[in-house]
Design a protein around this ligand. Structure first.
Ligand SMILES: C[S@@+](CC[C@H](N)C(=O)[O-])C[C@H]1O[C@@H](n2cnc3c(N)ncnc32)[C@H](O)[C@@H]1O
Length: 403
């Protein structure tokens, strides 16, 4: 289709050595950007000292790339963990391995304000973790808290019934077997050993980041906020974001255990209500013919919930764009994945393009990336047509510029 160009970001952007370099992989985060995409937009559309903006910042890939290239950034996300991840992954202070020391017998335990906590940890682990987290909450200096949180969160997840392979918080048989085995061993030593293994990894990655010469930029971080209720209070040059997927990952749900220990146990229910597309956005008009046409197809499925999700998703994004697009000076780069509702293909990028055109933005190009590392299967070409098989996942970077 017109205006679409196939690319491989990994090949296009040579100054990013790998998807996990520096601090890009301190902690798991589902549907993260590959840094190449962010770097591509930064290289092409910004200059040092410019402001970039990610309203769905997630792990904070944009923060890392912005700081390494000397751009300032505004970052919003509903998930409060974003603040910890951004601060840890852009930590520029002095760091010693001994900064990760924890008093495992700390006298003041921290008890998460979340009634389900005991479902996720056996009593024995819970007691030890409460003391370690007490130390983190009450004794770790605030500038070091994000950094120390990383190994502590990892070990907390390991010493829980949560499955380690799946981001979603899920009590699997494997996880129950892991806990059972731990309980029958010298698990206290194992916990400390594992903590130190994670601490060393975190330390090495942060040092790697620091060696790459990050610049002293401004990062304005608003974590735990609903981007639908926010308005930019400063001008920015470029928006670069990947909004939630349509039938998304439930982020707050996936991070409940982490959030409970970090101190957000009493906010989980409220936060979940704001998560796109399970939220209840204002009834704004989505200015897109494609939106209306696909909506008709979804409506015919006669499945109320699917139609609700479809509407909530696009109304949320339209509302956010209506509120904030005027503050974006130059370019919007929006990265979206392929989506289907049942068998209906939903071209999210087309719908957002049409809506943005109605707000006066001009379509530059849509770059279509054939995902390599996240791909589950090889690129299949249909021998008859020579076209890439439909099952091949591609991701689209929609680039709009100000008229
Ligand atoms: C695809 S992820 C972004 C990942 C990010 N680009 C990265 O590299 O890590 C989408 C994000 O949207 C956030 N989100 C969902 N609903 C939101 C809302 N109403 N306001 C702000 N953020 C929201 C989720 O918490 C999630 O982090």
């Amino acid at each position: 289709m017109q205006g679409k160009v196939e690319v491989l970001f990994r090949e296009l952007v040579r100054d990013v050595p790998s998807t996990t370099y520096a601090t890009h992989a301190l902690y798991m985060y589902p549907a993260k950007f590959i840094p190449h995409v962010v770097r591509y937009v930064i290289n092409k559309y910004t200059n040092p000292g410019d402001w970039v903006f990610d309203p769905f910042a997630g792990y904070g890939t944009v923060a890392i790339e912005a700081s390494l290239t000397g751009r300032n950034a505004v970052l919003w996300d509903l998930n409060p963990i974003m603040e910890v991840l951004v601060k840890a992954s852009t930590y520029m202070g002095e760091l010693r391995l001994s900064d990760f020391d924890i008093d495992w017998g700390f006298s003041r335990p921290y008890r998460p304000l979340w009634s389900n906590i005991n479902y996720w940890h056996p009593r024995e682990f819970y007691e030890v973790l409460s003391r370690a987290w007490g130390f983190w909450h009450y004794a770790v200096p605030s500038d070091l808290k994000p950094v120390v949180a990383i190994p502590l969160l990892k070990v907390t997840r390991y010493f829980s019934y949560a499955d380690l392979e799946i981001a979603k918080l899920y009590k699997s048989r494997e996880a129950e077997a892991r806990v059972k085995e731990l309980l029958s061993s010298d698990w206290r030593s194992k916990l400390r050993e594992l903590y130190w293994q994670y601490a060393r990894e975190t330390y090495d990655k942060i040092r790697d980041y620091q060696y790459r010469g990050p610049k002293r930029v401004e990062l304005i971080v608003r974590a735990g906020v609903d981007s639908l209720n926010m308005r930019l209070d400063r001008d920015v040059d470029v928006l670069i974001t990947s909004p939630p997927y349509l039938q998304a990952q439930e982020y707050i749900r996936s991070f409940k255990l982490e959030l409970a220990w970090l101190g957000y146990g009493n906010k989980l229910t409220e936060l979940s209500k704001h998560e796109i597309p399970y939220n209840n956005p204002p009834n704004v008009k989505v200015n897109s013919e494609t939106y209306a046409r696909i909506r008709e197809e979804v409506r015919k499925l006669d499945h109320e919930k699917l139609l609700e999700i479809y509407d909530a998703y696009f109304k949320s994004l339209a509302h956010f764009l209506n509120n904030n697009h005027e503050r974006v000076g130059r370019v919007m780069a929006i990265f979206v994945g392929p989506t289907k509702i049942r068998n209906i293909r939903v071209p999210i990028d087309e719908i957002l393009r049409e809506h943005l055109e109605s707000l006066g933005w001009k379509h530059e190009v849509t770059l279509v990336d054939k995902i390599v590392s996240r791909r589950l299967f090889k690129v299949e070409r249909n021998p008859a047509t020579g076209l890439v098989d439909e099952r091949t996942p591609t991701e689209h970077l929609l680039i709009m510029s100000k008229n």
